[in-house]
Write a protein that binds this ligand. Structure first.
Ligand SMILES: [Zn+2]
Ligand SMILES: [Zn+2]
Length: 129
């Protein structure tokens, strides 16, 4: 893959984001720094980062495609209202064994747990209503 200024910029922006951004969210950040980079370029660049193993795709409850910039093994807490995804690291969760019927049938590439919650912010808004 060629290193272009756009790709470098997109990579820099991704490295600073721990919010599991959607394509739209990354494109918004990119446009603040460099307004002439198109949405399509951002989209294609993100896909190629996924192909290269730099990024992982995370599919959220709302089905909008999101990207994970954290390369280390981790788990997620996801708000079912606003879709915010937070990383958690937990040796306890890492050591939960893969069930035999899965391990016996597939080569397991990774294991990630998702805890669906209502985040503090959304809970607060709901109390106000
Ligand atoms: Zn929320
Ligand atoms: Zn994550």
């Amino acid at each position: 893959m060629k290193v272009t200024p756009q790709r470098t910029l997109i990579f820099e922006i991704l490295s600073g984001l721990r919010t599991h951004p959607s394509v739209t969210a990354v494109a918004r950040e990119v446009s603040l720094r460099s307004p002439n980079v198109s949405f399509d370029t951002v989209n294609r660049t993100l896909q190629s980062f996924v192909d290269m193993g730099i990024l992982r795709k995370v599919v959220g409850t709302g089905n909008a495609l999101r990207f994970d910039t954290n390369p280390l093994p981790h788990h997620h807490i996801q708000c079912v209202r606003c879709g915010t995804i937070q990383d958690i690291e937990s040796p306890d969760l890492d050591s939960v064994p893969v069930p035999k019927f899965i391990a016996g049938r597939y080569k397991v590439l990774s294991k990630m747990m998702v805890f669906e919650v209502v985040c503090d912010e959304c809970a607060r808004k709901e109390r106000i209503k």
